[in-house]
Design a binder for this molecule. Structure first.
Ligand code: NAD
Length: 312
């Protein structure tokens, strides 16, 4: 498969590197000049629990330098950069090109739908973690999974082929018609923990310091999953709360990405997470007061950030 990874930061580099090692033709497209330069010079350094190695069998370039028509665009920008990133690679998207988003949040199908027909959009969720240690250097630890499906929910041979490619690359991927359950449950988890940590600058475990921390997180999970249920998505509220409680008990010192963004003065993915939930709730008249308040607070917090005026 010819695969172009658009947004080759932490996750794009991890997935692109493993797909390249597994024999696919991979181009990493990004706007981070230092990262691209490091990969072109030394290959992509991928450090995980097994090994620390350099992957050289891939290309890395800016959007305007990319050419050819890939079978698959794997979109891994932060959600606030999706529109601009897809516009930057519009020249690569042919009649048979599919686009897969494993980004967090809601609204990804709609954003991709500005560029690609619905039957060529794949959507999913992943629990693999990754961090960009420095230019050309990605780190991942532990294990994760990927669940994906075509955005319109129809099983197609290409969806199975993409799931197989990711699975054979070691990413534990399944095609799953219940993918929206996983997406909404992850949105609930992130709407709770990411936004509270971004607003308070607590690490995840510090939310357990007083009873209010977990109670607020649970209230947000209840609100988000009520919206999912109103949309006909079968979600498991207790299982989702158990994952939140487990994270508070065990993720000692962990700063969720939204807190990392706040601390680095970057804009966050709050609009695709709490913002999208509040919009979906408003459309159905469902009250989501905690989710909305955290949205408002994180908007205020990030408005102070040096890069808050960056155009998405
Ligand atoms: P990241 O910031 O490390 O990578 C995003 C990359 O997109 C950056 O390298 C950036 O330079 C690039 N980019 C920005 N604008 C671009 C443009 N116009 N054209 C091309 N590239 C552009 O982010 P990440 O941590 O890899 O996360 C990506 C997505 O995956 C997010 O939605 C995140 O929530 C989700 N996710 C992350 C993790 C994780 O552990 N990092 C896990 C699961 C899901």
């Amino acid at each position: 498969m010819n695969i172009t990874v658009v947004g080759a930061g932490a996750m794009g580099s991890l997935f692109g590197g493993l797909l390249a090692e597994s024999g696919h033709g991979v181009t990493l497209v990004d706007v981070n000049a230092a990262h691209l330069q490091a990969i072109e010079s030394h290959g992509l350094r991928l450090h995980n629990d097994q090994t620390d190695r350099h992957i050289r069998a891939l290309r890395a370039c800016r959007p305007d330098e990319a050419d050819g028509v890939p079978d698959l665009v794997l979109l891994f920008t932060k959600t606030l950069h999706t529109a601009r990133a897809l516009a930057g690679v519009a020249h690569l998207i042919g009649a048979e090109t599919h686009v897969l988003s494993l980004q967090n949040g809601l609204g990804n199908v709609e954003a991709i739908g500005q560029h690609v027909a619905m039957e060529r959009i794949l959507i999913g969720v992943t629990t693999w973690p990754a961090d960009l240690v420095g230019p050309g250097h990605v780190h991942s630890h532990g294990k994760g999974v990927v669940r994906l499906m075509s955005a319109d929910g129809r099983e197609r041979p290409f969806v199975a082929a993409v799931a197989r490619a990711l699975d054979e690359a070691g990413l534990a991927c399944t095609a799953d018609v219940a993918v929206w359950t996983a997406i909404w449950e992850k949105v609930a988890f992130n709407a709770a923990l990411n936004s509270i940590c971004a607003a308070t600058q607590c690490t995840v475990d510090q939310l357990g310091a007083v009873e209010d921390g977990q109670a607020l997180a649970f209230a947000i999970v209840d609100e988000v999953l009520a919206v999912a249920q109103a949309q006909g998505v079968a979600v498991q509220v207790d299982a989702c709360k158990a994952r939140v409680a487990d994270a508070i008990a065990r993720h000692v010192g962990h700063k969720p990405s939204m807190l990392q963004d706040v601390l680095a003065g970057r804009r966050t993915e709050i609009e695709a997470i709490n913002g999208a939930v509040v919009a979906a709730a408003a459309a159905r008249g469902i009250p989501v007061p905690c989710t909305r308040t955290l949205l408002q607070i994180v908007r205020l917090v990030q408005a102070r950030a040096p890069h808050s005026l960056e155009t998405p």
